[in-house]
Design a protein around this ligand. Structure first.
Ligand code: SF4
Length: 512
């Protein structure tokens, strides 16, 4: 797509957006926040919008958004090229997006490696939950890695930049002393700083910075658009961290303490956003665990706003919550049993979710007026047997019976969707010590599952991508050599990287 077409496309998208803050470019320091995926996906991410809002609230700074489906890369607000920004900050929420980040730098004409960049280049910052999970793959491409939650870190970054904007080395030295900032070896080499000890290919743990009171920041969308998955919806964060400890989950074991936003603040944020939209999406790891969730739901009912949420823990769902979601127009309830057999659910930390509870939730949801159901499962779990795969199909069959029998009297049978992911071990979790299941075995398990689900009928089944799971496993747990894997993927795609990269060839040849 040429520059003219890109500008036209951006203008059309901007015309459909509500909210936002367009400061003239060059009126102060400029920070580009990059969500390394398509606009449609990025606009369903709240984190980068919160940073956008914080930076723009500073009179000496402006923030512009970038997404990676525009070629050439141009910012949304003023259609500026990335090179003209003082800071480019990547907000990375998903490991496979590391590749989009490198592709973006390459298309922007910015040297990929920090050690090849001079002070005329924007400062390249890597942030987002993936940096906490495993920053090794992206380390040599970033100048600075941010560890922790961005709200305070970005303010510290701006203040340091204000103080040392004339000297990159002084800026980096100043940041190196601050909690949550890691100056990479490449940036250190470029600016003659002391080099860290990275022998053995593994970087040391860096303490994360957490926001004490989420209420101190307005954690809701400032821009809404119809061109995204959560169309015209204002996302409102009602909790951060998670009170549960599912054995496979990075959040529950690494991103706590769990903090709830008080109902008073949630109400204020919703009422302050009514000028943008009347559709709200509640964001939290476990919505139902919020101690004031019923009060929040009642408020939404009173205001007559449409409410939805990404996924509910079936353990916590209450009829009041389901009623609010149904009145708000929710068409689908999403729950994540993750495993079919009670034994595996116990292993995952979901002992409070017997089959009977799942039946009950499905029944209550349909009766409340939510016609469709989506269920998430994982294949390739540690200790999983073929019987456990069979148990997924058995559970689905059981749920379908309940679903159809409760739906019939309502005069409408919605759809039942089954989404299966592949277990990818995450460091810092109890199941992180296991390897991803070998490709051949996974293929057999998935084929078995497909056959068994196929015999149920009237299901929508979304099978997972083995290739993406294998790439994700490397990026989630690999050491500094994973940078070579990313570069191979940049050149020839994931499949070719999995085949070619000598470090991983043996481990992953089986699946190709
Ligand atoms: S899977 Fe969900 S409920 Fe379990 S620990 Fe993670 S965020 Fe919490």
């Amino acid at each position: 797509m040429g520059s003219y077409e890109t500008r036209k496309r951006i203008s059309r998208l901007l015309a459909d957006e509500r909210g936002g803050n367009r400061k003239p470019f060059g009126s102060g320091h400029a920070l580009g926040i990059i969500y390394p995926n398509e606009y449609r996906i990025g606009m369903s991410n709240l984190g980068h919008q919160i940073i956008y809002s914080i930076v723009n609230s500073d009179p000496g700074w402006s923030c512009e958004r970038f997404y990676t489906d525009f070629d050439p890369p141009l910012s949304m607000e003023n259609q500026q090229a990335p090179c003209g920004f003082n800071i480019l900050a990547f907000s990375i929420a998903y490991e496979l997006d590391y590749l989009n980040a490198l592709d973006f730098l390459e298309r922007a004409g910015i040297p990929l490696r920090a050690s090849d960049r001079a002070s005329a280049c924007p400062l390249i910052v890597a942030a987002g939950v993936c940096i906490s999970v495993n920053r090794h793959p992206i380390y040599e491409f970033a100048d600075v890695c941010l560890h922790g939650e961005g709200e305070e870190l970005v303010k510290t970054l701006m203040r340091a930049y204000d103080e040392h904007s004339g000297g990159r080395r002084r800026l980096l030295e100043s940041l190196a002393e601050k909690s949550g900032f890691e100056i990479t070896a490449g940036a250190r080499k470029s600016f003659g700083m002391d080099m860290p000890d990275i022998a053995g290919g593994r970087l040391p743990f860096v303490e994360r910075v957490f926001v004490k009171r989420i209420e101190d920041h307005r954690c809701c969308s400032v821009i809404v658009t119809p061109h995204t998955e959560f169309a015209s919806m204002c996302l409102v964060e009602i909790a951060r961290g998670c009170p549960y400890n599912c054995a496979f989950c990075f959040v529950g074991h690494n991103l706590n303490p769990c903090r709830f936003v008080s109902a008073r603040h949630v109400k204020e944020w919703i009422s302050g956003s009514l000028a943008l939209t009347n559709r709200f999406g509640l964001i939290a790891s476990a919505i139902g665990s919020h101690p004031e969730i019923d009060e929040i739901c009642s408020y939404c009912d009173e205001q007559g706003v449409h409410v939805s949420c990404s996924s509910l823990r079936a353990e916590d769902v209450t009829p009041a919550m389901l009623g609010t979601l149904a009145r708000g127009g929710a068409q689908t309830l999403t729950i994540a049993p993750e495993a079919g057999s009670p034994r595996l659910r116990r292993l995952l930390g979901k002992a409070r979710l017997p089959d009977e509870r799942i039946d009950w939730v499905v029944e209550q949801a349909v009766k409340a007026g939510i016609p469709s159901l989506k269920m998430y499962f994982m294949a390739g779990l540690p200790t999983e047997t073929e019987e456990d795969i069979g148990a997924i199909a058995q559970l689905v069959r059981r749920v379908q019976k309940v679903f159809v029998s409760v739906s019939r009297p309502q005069g409408r049978i919605g759809s039942l969707m089954i989404n299966v992911g592949i277990f990818v071990p995450k460091p810092g979790t109890p199941l992180g010590k296991y390897a991803i299941m070998p490709g051949g075995q996974l293929k057999r398990r998935l084929a078995l599952l497909k056959k068994q689900l196929g015999s149920i009928g009237s299901l929508r089944y979304q099978p997972p991508s083995l290739m993406h799971a294998q790439a994700q496993a490397i990026l989630a747990s690999g050491d500094l050599r994973a940078a070579g894997f990313l570069l191979a993927a940049l050149k020839g795609g994931w499949r070719s990287a999995l085949r070619e990269c000598p470090l991983f060839t043996n481990a992953f040849r089986e699946m190709l």
